[in-house]
Design a protein around this ligand. Sequence first.
Ligand SMILES: *Cc1c(COP(=O)(O)O)cnc(C)c1O
Length: 419
Amino acid sequence: MSFEASLQFAQQKDKDDKLAAYKQQFHFPQIDNKDVIYFCGNSLGLQGTKVQAAVQQELDDWKNLGIAGFLTAKNPWMYYQEYFKKTLSAIVGCKEEEVTVMNSLTVNLHLLMLTFYRPTANRHKIIMEAGAFPSDQYAIETQVKHHGFDTDKAVIEIAPREGEKTIRNEDIIKTIETHGDSLALVMLGGINYYTGQLFDIKSITTATRKAGAITGFDLAHAAGNVDLELHKWNVDFAVWCSYKYLNGGPGAVGGLYVHEKYATDPSTPRFAGWWGNDEQARFKMKKGFIAKPNASGWNISTAQILNMASLKASLEMFEEAGFDNIKAKSRELTAYLEFLLQQLDHLDFEIITPSEKESRGAQLSLYFKERGKEIHEKMIDNGIVVDYREPGVIRVAPAPLYCSFADVFRFYEILKSFD
Ligand SMILES: *Cc1c(COP(=O)(O)O)cnc(C)c1O
């Protein structure tokens, strides 16, 4: 790819972009009565223009049909979770039997840890990232305590080396090998939310399996963003939220993956409820849980229809645009952002996200030693929404469905204008 640092070049890239028209299918927040440039899709994706009608459809069916909507709504509510399987399994790279939508991310993390973190006196350690997203830290800490173990001994944190910002894969593998026999679970983010580093899920999973332990991934920042092959890589389980790159809306229902070998085995332990029960037997109101022979066997409660409707509308856009096209544009857009940032040598900052394409997704995290906060404020003043995290990190995520090359160029221009 050869790029140029000019508006004309960026505009030509937008003209050649076959996904460019999708920008019109989103609502943008306004600053000074103008659409913002939105680089926060890694925190909360924007609302598609078809979402409102999709939610309205369910409201109307509820209004007009009452209880009958479970079977006779336009999208019968009884089978609502089925509507996600095709698109989501393509997005995370698994079989349709291995995926379902329910609850939200941290709840699903707890539920799948109940299935997969079954510590014994000899094997109870969990490997995780130092400085993981707080909710993941709390979940892991309280699971360890719930099982009566000491977090200081059971939780092994992997950190970047002294003077480095991201974690080396060799250090992850080495840590797995070191703890081998005492290791119960390796639980990492697919992409670290702060640095934007995408871990080598395949090699981590292989090493964990060799150690006789379970691999789980939190794909909050990876789902809908990067190539995933969960089934092929033999990942045991994964969870994600749907309101970041998947644009499902604030608190959208989360997703989960359970490898086929557990998903199709009804004796796999879990905390159950009636929505995970075999459909034929569900309404007989009899004793004895019979798990559905797929990931839906982890469903617990009645499908959250109003919450799922927006995600359904969003995934239809993914399906229509083609996830491979979305990822291809994303790689180029982020590479263009990186190229432009490399032209700026008058500002003291560092891109802490890895530069290798296979070690990142849409997001670049920029570490400003001094002026991070000031630059963040100037971006907002200029109608550009980016995220700021102490100390000094601006995270920029050009989401391919609603960000353009010209948007990325604008961000660069503002940085360039700093003296
Ligand atoms: C966004 C995010 C969460 C949020 O969890 P919720 O349960 O959806 O609030 C958790 N973990 C990671 C790594 C995240 O990026």
